[in-house]
Write a protein that binds this ligand. Structure first.
Ligand code: MN
Ligand code: MN
Length: 312
């Protein structure tokens, strides 16, 4: 039996016994029951849930249904701004380090039932088309969340998907994802924000917007603590912007390197907004070399310390 459940059952039994002991027959015992400590206190968020938005909230998204097209959803595994009208995330933001990389298999696509009541939920089958085919393209990749079943399943929620051209998703986009995980395994941690620029896109039969382009902003740091304070003018930032179309499958992701500034102009978002302005100016105007020389020089480090993962 899971430890948590056993603990809850124990508390429940204890509560029942105490109630029976102190309550004379015929007397309403609800007062003494409500005086008991609540049985289910919400678990404190794991440290990494807070890291997903550590560098900022690019569109000032809020969890208010009054702004349904910039609706903030914070999950343990990633955070996102959902666009109810376009039926895709505006952006998805997450942190990845070695603790996130395990050996869980890929999960199954599922509607996101945590959307506000009454909102349409995109179904996995909504990505089937008659005219053109689009992948259900993960923004936070399945491969970045393989430490636990729960983590990996979260990446298969349809609020983490945009319709991606197979040559984009399985070509340079996938190669960049793999490259990032190689960098993580080599002793770096990353803050990643990804999305599509929907301004020019097509619409699927299920009224899901197909962004014309997909972009990504990646901050790479050698593993360490207090990450925000370690970001300075020398920090590596990889920004890419690629067409969401066929024909690019064999092109290297490095061909699509650009500046964060260019993506800010195209999307209207402000990335890295928690980083001091003068540092943002330097980092956002630079095109990465694609080689990672900024964080070379260390030997592969020993497995590290956070140890927050529950064994399963
Ligand atoms: Mn993908
Ligand atoms: Mn910025």
């Amino acid at each position: 039996m899971p430890k948590k459940l056993a603990h809850r059952l124990y508390l429940l039994l204890l509560g029942l016994l105490l109630t029976a002991a102190v309550t004379p027959p015929g007397v309403d015992s609800s007062a003494s029951i409500t005086a008991e400590p609540p049985l289910a206190t919400p678990a404190p968020p794991r440290p990494d849930a807070r890291l997903n938005l550590a560098l900022g909230n690019p569109s000032g998204a809020t969890a208010s249904t009054r702004r349904p097209n910039n609706f903030l959803m914070e999950k343990e595994q990633y955070a996102l701004s959902y666009n109810r009208q376009l039926k895709i995330p505006n952006w998805v933001s997450w942190h990845v380090d070695r603790d996130d990389l395990g050996d869980e298999d890929r999960g199954q696509f599922a509607p996101d039932t945590s959307l506000p009541p009454g909102w349409p939920q995109v179904r996995p089958t909504d990505y089937r088309f008659s005219v053109f085919r689009r992948d259900r393209g993960h923004m936070c990749p399945s491969g970045d969340r393989t430490a636990t079943r729960e983590d990996n399943d979260a990446t298969f929620l349809m609020t983490n998907m945009i319709p991606q051209a197979p040559d984009n998703n399985q070509g340079p986009w996938a190669k960049l994802e793999i490259y990032c995980r190689e960098r993580v395994r080599a002793g770096n941690e990353m803050y990643i924000i990804a999305g599509g620029d929907g301004s020019l896109g097509q619409i699927t039969p299920a009224n899901i917007r197909i962004p014309a382009r997909t972009w990504k902003v990646i901050v790479e740091l050698p593993e360490g603590d207090d990450d925000l304070s370690r970001i300075d003018e020398n920090t590596r930032v990889i920004a890419v912007d690629m067409p969401n179309s066929q024909g690019i499958r064999n092109r290297p992701w490095r061909e699509f390197l650009t500046t964060t500034d260019a993506i800010e102009r195209a999307t209207g978002y402000d990335f890295l907004s928690n980083v001091p302005r003068n540092v943002q100016r330097v980092l956002e105007s630079r095109v990465d070399s694609g080689r990672g020389e900024r964080n070379e020089g260390g030997r592969p480090r020993a497995p590290r310390r956070r140890g927050r993962r529950r064994p399963r």
